[in-house]
Ligand binder design. Structure first.
Ligand code: HEC
Ligand code: HEC
Length: 154
């Protein structure tokens, strides 16, 4: 098989799909998906700057009230991969700064992108938390946050 065709097939199989506003989805490292996608979806690495990922990976025993610690080898592999795929090159400089608590959901970008969601919607039982991306983004597990796959539960 020609190398280019093979690469395209591989990219398609990994779910590396569309680019929205230049924030193209990257195929997730399997260890990242397994270890960091068990309690919540494996958040797209581009949604936080490198500095935030570094702090999060350095504080896993005390991770938002839970112990998310990992063995040294997967911890390093995931930390390195997150550094390589972190955001931070966006056009709006203010959004390259680490958000409060290193939460995607507290960043300026997130708040602007979600300003049409009614304030009370975030607390609905089917949603519970803004961090629960998959409640509304039905294909979040596949790394797809496109508008056509959004359903806000009532
Ligand atoms: C044992 C469960 C658990 C595991 C494993 C886990 N997390 Fe979390 N994570 C949480 C909880 C709980 C929250 C807070 C969710 C909330 O506020 O609703 C959270 C929140 C986050 C947030 C902030 C989300 C926001 O609000 O913007 C990030 C980023 C994050 N986790 C990254 C990771 C990474 C990276 C890993 C893998 C190294 C990981 N998590 C593994 C439980 C976990
Ligand atoms: C309460 C439902 C809800 C939750 C929970 C939610 N979102 Fe959204 N999200 C939306 C809506 C509504 C939009 C706006 C779509 C539009 O522009 O019309 C949106 C837009 C987006 C976009 C831009 C999509 C595009 O193509 O323009 C991204 C990326 C995104 N959300 C990521 C996330 C992430 C990551 C999380 C979890 C940390 C999350 N969202 C949690 C409802 C939600």
């Amino acid at each position: 098989m020609k190398p280019i065709l093979f690469a395209l097939l591989l990219a398609a199989a990994n779910g590396a799909t569309h680019a929205d506003e230049g924030r193209s989805a990257v195929a997730l490292l399997p260890a990242y998906k397994a270890e960091c996608g068990s309690c919540h979806v494996a958040f797209p690495p581009r949604l936080l700057p490198a500095e935030s990922w570094q702090r999060l990976m350095g504080g896993l025993p005390k991770h938002f009230g839970v112990d998310a610690s990992l063995d040294a080898a997967p911890q390093k592999a995931i930390a390195d991969w997150l550094q390589a795929h972190a955001g931070g090159a966006r056009k709006r400089p203010a959004e390259n700064a680490a958000p409060p608590e290193d939460r995607i959901t507290r960043g300026a970008w997130f708040q602007r992108e979600h300003d049409e969601v009614a304030a009370d919607a975030w607390k609905r039982p089917a949603i519970k938390s803004a961090s629960n991306c998959g409640a509304c983004h039905t294909q979040a597990e596949q790394g797809d946050f496109s508008e056509r796959n959004i359903r806000i539960p009532r």
